[in-house]
Ligand binder design. Structure first.
Ligand code: ADP
Ligand code: MG
Length: 440
């Protein structure tokens, strides 16, 4: 006979028949070390045993085994509830990377090119990542689209998680925040929503300008913000406008936005653009000559995303055509982007002026028939660069140089091309002028 049957027999001597048959319904009893584990079919049964028999069972079992035992009663329902909880926890743990982090693995600090335009924002993120909630809280980053705000937010999150994988980090955009809020409200799980956001070490909200005019979301966000701020949890926000320019956002929220540190990301200067292009081209394994790099940095205006876009385009073309990218090709391929941007056209006149300036010759002399060596050289270089740097036809170029037909232009181009092969000084001069004109 099993231990449980013995117990029932002994206890049952003093009990009525019904009680006895009920007790017999308990099928699962285990002895684990010093504990007798009794599984009751449901919660009511468990209560019934606990309030009526627990002492009897304990005394009886201890006597039978010959040592002091603890008795523990669990109900099947209880077990099921525990399982459910565990499953849910596990699910949340598994979902977390997708639901909460949504981090682009490429957006890390080491990939971010720092220049004078973004240095402050970059350093602020780094310091915040190292001192969560301790220095600038909140950190508010603003700047035009495509300048690296999202990149910096993700980089900060990556960095914090790399130092502490258990840190509770939420990255989200203001509009995702809003749609989550709405769906939680519809499902009646607003408390869960609040709890989720109040339980973080670092909250990053991208594009807060989306909150404009969204009253209900602003109220919810305001409370979450305050709750986090109060207990020193870090908040980082980004926006495409400075806080003062945000319209349709409650004043109390705006004043929270500026209560920490507000930094701007400006469009990259030429030097930063050059390093961004070099680095990004390398990343996609695209070999670009220097003049093309200069050309892109000059013509594709300020947006890093567009810079990337143009590099991708060049890469695709060079692969399809199986040839390296030259300036001429680049100009052609990027025409649409440049047209849309309406960049200031590089004119022949500008080239003429620059070259004349460089050689310190009179512009009229250069456009006339003077045969003085310096003037003639300047003229030829100017013709060559006009052909090389603009998409003007030979006829147009001859006109601009006051020549009747374009043989002179062709001769000048050939002369400079050949000269550059042999004469290093000439080559350097032409390249210098080319770079200078491209970055005008
Ligand atoms: P924003 O959020 O400000 O609109 P993103 O962070 O999405 O801009 O940046 C657009 C693209 O440009 C991304 O691919 C990003 O990696 C890249 N980018 C922006 N700034 C830099 C930078 N300084 N160095 C490297 N990549 C950059
Ligand atoms: Mg962004």
């Amino acid at each position: 006979m099993s231990l449980w049957e013995d117990i029932i027999t002994i206890i049952g001597e003093k009990k009525d028949k019904t009680t006895l048959s009920l007790l017999k319904e308990i099928k699962k009893v285990e002895l684990k070390e010093n504990t007798l584990l009794i599984s009751a079919p449901d919660d009511v049964f468990k209560e019934w045993i606990l309030s009526n028999f627990i002492d009897d069972i304990k005394t009886c079992a201890s006597k039978l085994i010959g040592q002091k035992l603890t008795v523990c009663v669990i109900s099947e329902e209880e077990k099921e509830r525990e399982h459910k909880k565990e499953r849910k926890k596990k699910q949340i743990r598994e979902e977390k990377p997708y639901r909460f982090y949504r981090l682009n693995p490429k957006f890390v600090f080491s990939n971010f090119i720092v220049g004078s335009s973004n240095k402050i924002a970059y350093s602020a993120c780094m310091s915040v990542a190292d001192n969560l909630g301790k220095i600038y809280n909140p950190l508010f980053i603003y700047g035009d689209v495509g300048l690296g705000k999202t990149h910096l937010l993700h980089a900060t999150a990556h960095y914090v998680l790399s130092k502490n994988p258990d840190a509770n980090v939420i990255y989200t955009t203001a509009d995702t925040f809003m749609s989550e809020l709405i769906s939680c409200m519809q499902q009646g799980s607003i408390l869960e929503f609040r709890q989720r956001y109040r339980d973080v070490d670092l909250l990053l909200i991208d594009d807060v300008q989306f909150l404009e005019g969204k009253e209900r979301t602003q109220v919810e966000f305001y409370h979450i913000f305050n709750a986090l701020h109060l207990i020193g949890k870090q908040i980082i926000l980004s926006s495409d406008t400075p806080p003062s320019m945000l319209t349709g956002i409650q004043e109390r929220l705006k004043s929270r936005f500026v209560s920490g540190l507000v930094v701007e990301i400006k469009p990259p200067d030429l030097e930063t653009k050059l390093s961004i292009i070099r680095k990004k081209a390398k990343e996609i394994d695209l070999d670009l000559p220097h003049d093309v790099i200069l050309f892109i940095s000059k013509t594709v205006n300020t947006n890093v995303r567009e810079l990337e876009g143009s590099l991708q385009k060049l890469k695709a073309y060079s692969q399809i055509m199986e040839r390296p990218i030259t300036l001429e090709l680049a100009r052609d391929i990027l025409k649409d982007i440049l047209k849309v941007k309406n960049v200031e056209e590089l004119t022949i006149q500008k080239i003429q002026k620059e070259v004349a300036n460089y050689f310190a010759v009179n512009l009229n002399d250069m456009l006339g028939n003077s045969r003085r060596k310096k003037v003639a050289l300047a003229r030829q270089i100017a013709m060559y660069l006009s052909r090389y740097l603009t998409d003007k036809s030979l006829t147009e170029i001859s006109k601009a140089f006051k020549k009747k037909d374009h043989t002179t232009i062709i001769n000048a181009i050939e002369k400079i091309e050949k000269g550059m092969e042999k004469d290093r000084k000439l080559k350097l001069t032409v390249e210098f002028l080319r770079d200078k004109i491209l970055t005008l």
